[in-house]
Every structure is written in structure tokens, then in C-alpha cells.
Design a protein around this ligand. Structure first.
Ligand code: NAD
Ligand code: UDP
Length: 324
């Protein structure tokens, strides 16, 4: 049985990844300090005897962490590093923890991967491109990042994490791969995590106006979580993804105002908005070029926005994604 370590397993994406790996027959060890995740996301995983969970900070004492993991399972073949706050509201509130998860935490997982002979995948972000001057964003674009702005704790620590992955590949012969994830949504996003889809869903559900930051003309491209998880697993398995950066996201681009309209339409309510200030350094346009993922992984997203939003709304109605 192949063994996988998922750092950030109790989070939104990490928990879906964990479920998918278990379903495919992997032995999975999840590690999470629950800073932005929730144990209830692992309700399904915990029913499996192939699932192990360690509550720990990946930026903590490396010797203690290593002993905890090795006590729990065989050396993993695959290490998925998703442990980092991801919502701007979260990482702006805990910038130091965010930077340590992506720096010290990444170093710990790289050292451990070297020791185990494991392959490691780092979940980086479209934020590595900052407020992009190139559109759509290809992996070859170096980005336009404010190194000292409020988002820099996330953007720069993800960029540091990417550089550290490549340094370990070059000097320590570790088998690494990096994905840059674009806005992903679906069931289990924390209702109060501050990201645009949970905010809008909650506002529609409670009958208050939708908060549009700025004039709502900024764009994002939204990927349904099941599509993303397929891409993550394909990227981990693909020999030819070694030492590469690969964008994973849905290239369908919407303005934030359009997103609000679609959500209202499928919820059967009329659009009512209230304007709020645009957050500092909020990227103006974002859309992935997924040519590399299509060519190397044979991957592309399949779930259209309306369908993904319908599934997300249904899960919130069932009570999934409660506040921490
Ligand atoms: P999330 O906040 O739901 O999940 C992150 C998980 O990591 C949480 O369970 C949290 O408790 C855990 N964590 C954070 N710091 C930790 C630490 N030091 N030690 C152990 N666990 C820790 O966020 P998500 O949306 O699921 O994002 C998962 C990963 O994907 C993150 O690395 C994020 O940067 C990346 N990503 C997500 C998106 C997106 O749209 N969701 C976009 C780009 C990149
Ligand atoms: N946004 C908004 N209203 C909200 C939350 C977010 O208009 O209640 C906007 C935000 O300014 C950004 C986009 O929606 O332009 C996506 O924000 P999110 O925090 O989900 O992720 P980001 O792409 O900024 O990391």
C-alpha cells in the first residue's frame, strides 16, 4: 500500500485530497495544527483504518515531529504540503505563522522527504504572480509582487517555499514538484474564512447585501475542488512533473460582480450589493494558462462554475463548513 503524508489535511483542499487518496487505496497520515482547518472536515477520513492523524505544527520542533510521524506510519512515498493559511483574511491576521508554515514548515517536510526518499509536492499559489502584468499567467512569468505589503507574508513565503524546493532538488537530489493553485472553491470552505465565495453564500443565506470590494470589476478564475484534487494527484504521480512549476486552475474568468450575479441567480434571489474598500494590493486580473498541465498531466477542469456553485450551496445548506 502506498503511504502519503498530507500536511494541512484538516483544511478545505487538504481534506478533499485526503478523501480522494483514501478512496484510491492509499495509507494516509494527515498532519494539521487546526489553525484554519477543522477536524470535522476529516469526518469521512476518520472512518477509514488507513487514516492516521497528528495534530501538530509543521513549523515546530523537527525532531519531535519526525518521531511523531515515524511512530504513526511507514515512511511515506508521497508528501503533499498544503499546510498554510490561504484566505487573505486569515493570513493577514496571522502573518508570522503563515510565513513560518511556508518556510520552516517547508524545510522540515523537505528534510523529512530526503530522509524517507519521498517525492514532495508544494502547494504554491497564483499569488506568486502578485498583481500580474501578464495575462493570462503562464508559469514562465516571474510576477509583480509587493514585497512589504499586507499580502507579502503569503506571496513572499510561497515564493520562498518554491525557491527552497528547487534548492533541495538541485543540491539534495529531492524529487520535488510545485503547483500554483488558482482560486478554488467547494464544500468545506469555512463559512467565515473571508474568501469571496463563502462570504457571498453566507450573505445570500442571511438575506444581507453582498459586499463588493472596489467596483467588482477585478477578475478571478474559479476552480471546483474535485477538479483541483485530480490535478494534484496527477502532478504527484507524473515523472515528468519533477522540478517543474505547474498552474492548476480553471481558466474561465469572471469579474467579482459577475460571480455575485451568478450566485444570486442560482440561489433565486435578486442581486443587492454594498460597496466596500478594495483591499490593498488586491490583484486586478487573474486567470491561469493551463497549457502545461494539459500537456504534461493530461489535466483540465470539468466542472463549470454554475454546477460547482450549486454543489457548494447544497453542501452549505446541509451544514458543511461551519465556522471553527
Ligand atoms: P485552509 O486554510 O482551509 O487549509 C490549510 C490547512 O493547513 C488548515 O487545516 C490549517 O489548519 C493547516 N495549517 C496551517 N498552518 C499549519 C502549520 N504550521 N502546521 C500544520 N498545519 C497547518 O486553506 P486551503 O484553501 O485548503 O489551502 C490549502 C493550500 O492550498 C494552502 O497551502 C494554500 O496556500 C494553497 N492554495 C489554496 C488556494 C485556494 O483557492 N483554496 C489557492 C492557492 C493556493
Ligand atoms: N471580494 C469581494 N467581496 C468579499 C470578499 C472578496 O468583492 O466579500 C473580492 C476580493 O477583493 C478579490 C476577490 O473577491 O478581488 C477574491 O477574493 P478572495 O479573498 O476570495 O481571494 P483572493 O483571490 O483575493 O486571494
Amino acid at each position: 500500500m502506498t503511504t502519503a503524508l498530507v500536511a494541512g489535511a484538516a483544511g478545505f483542499i487538504g481534506s478533499h485530497l485526503t478523501d480522494a487518496l483514501l478512496l484510491s487505496g492509499y495509507d494516509v497520515c494527515g498532519i494539521d495544527n487546526l489553525v484554519t482547518g477543522a477536524l470535522e472536515n476529516l469526518t469521512d477520513a476518520k472512518k477509514s483504518s488507513s487514516f492516521h492523524f497528528i495534530r501538530a505544527d509543521i513549523a515546530g520542533d523537527p525532531d519531535v515531529l519526525l518521531a511523531q510521524i515515524e511512530n504513526e506510519l511507514e515512511p511515506p512515498a508521497y508528501v503533499f504540503h498544503l499546510a498554510s493559511p490561504a484566505s487573505p483574511v486569515d493570513y493577514v491576521a496571522i502573518p508570522i505563522e503563515t510565513m513560518l508554515a511556508n518556510s520552516r514548515g517547508t524545510q522540515f517536510l523537505l528534510d523529512a522527504s530526503k530522509r524517507w526518499g519521498a517525492r514532495i509536492l508544494f502547494a504554491s499559489t497564483s499569488e506568486a504572480y502578485g498583481d500580474p502584468a501578464e495575462h493570462p499567467q503562464r508559469e514562465t512569468y516571474w510576477g509583480n509582487v509587493n514585497p512589504v505589503g499586507p499580502r507579502s507574508c503569503y506571496d513572499e513565503s510561497k515564493r520562498f517555499g518554491e525557491a527552497l524546493m528547487m534548492a533541495y532538488a538541485r543540491t539534495q537530489n529531492v524529487d520535488v514538484r510545485i503547483i500554483r493553485i488558482f482560486n478554488t472553491y467547494g464544500p468545506r470552505m469555512r463559512r467565515n474564512d473571508g474568501r469571496v465565495i463563502p462570504n457571498f453564500v453566507e450573505q445570500i443565506a442571511t438575506g444581507v447585501p453582498i459586499t463588493l470590494y472596489g467596483d467588482g470589476s477585478q477578475t478571478r478564475s474559479f476552480c471546483y475542488v474535485d477538479d483541483l484534487v485530480d490535478g494534484i494527484i496527477l502532478c504527484m504521480k507524473a515523472e515528468r512533473a519533477r522540478e517543474l512549476v505547474i498552474n492548476l486552475g480553471n481558466p474561465e474568468e469572471y469579474t467579482v460582480r459577475e460571480l455575485a450575479s451568478v450566485l444570486c441567480e442560482i440561489s433565486g434571489v435578486s442581486l443587492s450589493v454594498v460597496s466596500r474598500d478594495l483591499p490593498v494590493d488586491d490583484p486586478t486580473r487573474r486567470r491561469p494558462d493551463i497549457g502545461r498541465a494539459m500537456k504534461l498531466l493530461g489535466w483540465k477542469p470539468h466542472v463549470p462554475l454554475r454546477e460547482g456553485l450549486r454543489r457548494t450551496l447544497a453542501s452549505y445548506r446541509e451544514g458543511v463548513g461551519s465556522p471553527r
